[in-house]
Ligand binder design. Structure first.
Ligand code: PLP
Length: 420
């Protein structure tokens, strides 16, 4: 067979690992060209919420393709974008009254940073510094990498990434972290603080309590520092509530949503902002407009998929499903956590994670990561460990039988790959 010209993301082609070809999917299951039935235990990289090919979302996409495929969005509009924006303002926390469209989580973050910097610029105040939380991940474009943790993911680009202030991750005693945030905010040059609420994804599925999130938000408010919540992964029920911020009673100044916005079916993102952010750009002076766009801003078909997603939230018992799945996964985790080779068990809603004991070879490039990934694949489960951290966050529709199977293969993966 000739080699495929496709260059895959986060994939070392030199290792010549198998690349399965998926032909179709439904619910929590992927079907491959060679006839395998694979459980998608990480929701196709954290995007699929209700399950693959949800009939209502697919129908909305089909219907929209009959009407309008694509439209310039600078100074033009269409019905799916208008309907979606109104629906988002309705269901998201009060005060986030303005909706800016883009097409991925990374661009939603870029937009959030540019909005924050534009806010201060247009007000004539010199605030340029961005604060971030240690171990954060906000995407792979240069700006998004700049506000993320430095490491093997971005070493070649490090010299070009802009400088940020890093607040230590809130550990068991969060006070040093809160004190560091307070001190950094007090310096007076901080434009914004960007956080992944309650659950840091790519940084290793690290969790911290709502109380800490609420305190961080209060510190920012006190100092006039804009609070950006990156709910690209945590949004749409993943942590047990529609937004993770809800659990802390927090309304951010700027909110980033992507992944589950279309139920995970189409690329679409929004950055939602409060009135002061919008008003700082509202003027009769053209030089104060918000200078950001991409060709496919608010693509009508993607917006139609997102409208269908919001309807599902309004019409189906999504939060009940999330609660049931969270309980099921909690039981799975409790059982695995009894093993001596499993450490740091943690759960946030429909995400459970733990670390596998490996001795000295830890970190993202730990050999055990790809070893376990192969083990999962060989057993028809899609799980991509982050180094020695194993996690699952399945679509909310996963069956009990498939969840049991995931638990079983997790145990056998630890057995065959962990150090005894
Ligand atoms: C995945 C992710 C992003 C980037 O989203 P893309 O759509 O992959 O660009 C940003 N922030 C968080 C928290 C994420 O998990």
């Amino acid at each position: 067979m000739t080699r495929s010209p496709v260059w895959h993301p986060f994939h070392q082609h030199g290792l010549e690992e198998d690349i399965p070809l998926v032909t179709h999917a439904e619910g929590a299951v992927l079907h491959t060209a060679d006839g395998r039935r694979v459980i998608d235990a990480i929701s196709s990289w954290w995007v699929t919420t209700h399950g693959h090919n949800h009939p209502a979302i697919m129908a909305a996409v089909r219907e929209q393709t009959e009407k309008l495929d694509q439209l310039i969005f600078a100074g033009w509009t269409h019905e799916p974008a208008e309907t979606l924006a109104r629906a988002l303002v309705e269901i998201m926390p009060d005060g986030l009254d303005h909706v800016f469209y883009s097409d991925s989580g990374s661009t939603a973050v870029e937009v959030a940073l540019k909005m924050a910097l534009g806010y201060w610029h247009n007000r004539g105040e010199a605030r340029h510094r961005i604060l971030v939380l240690e171990h954060s991940y906000h995407g792979d474009t240069i700006g998004a990498m700049s506000v993320g943790a430095r490491g093997v993911f971005n070493r070649p680009y490090a010299p070009l990434l802009f400088d940020v202030g890093t607040v230590p991750f809130p550990a068991a005693d969060p006070q040093p972290s809160l004190d560091a945030l307070e001190a950094a905010c007090a310096a007076g040059d901080v434009a914004a603080f960007i956080v992944e609420p309650l659950l840091l994804g790519a940084g290793g599925m690290l969790t911290y309590p709502p109380r800490v999130l609420a305190e961080m938000r209060a510190i920012c408010a006190w100092h006039g520092v804009l609070f950006i919540a990156d709910e690209v992964m945590t949004g749409w029920g993943r942590t047990g509530t529609l937004l993770a911020c809800e659990q802390a009673g927090v309304t951010p100044d700027i909110l980033c949503l992507a992944k589950g916005l279309t139920g995970g079916s189409m690329p679409l993102a929004v950055t939602m902002a409060t009135a002061p952010i919008f008003e700082a750009h509202y003027s009769t002076d053209r030089s104060k407009l918000f200078f950001h766009s991409s060709s496919f801003t608010a693509n009508p078909i993607a917006c139609a998929a997102a409208v269908a997603n919001v309807r599902i939230w309004q019409e189906e018992p999504v939060l009940e499903r999330v609660a049931v799945l969270s309980d099921t996964l909690g039981a799975v985790l409790a059982k695995l956590a009894r093993r001596p080779d499993v450490t740091n068990p943690r759960q946030c809603g429909t995400m459970i994670a733990f670390d596998v004991a490996v001795g000295d070879d830890a970190g993202y490039l730990a050999e055990i990561g790809p070893q376990m990934r192969s083990h999962f694949f060989a057993h028809d489960v899609l799980i991509r460990p982050l180094g020695n951290t194993v996690y699952t966050m399945p679509p909310y529709c996963i069956s009990q039988a498939d969840t049991d199977r995931v638990a079983e293969v997790m145990a056998s993966a630890i057995e065959s790959c962990g150090t005894r």
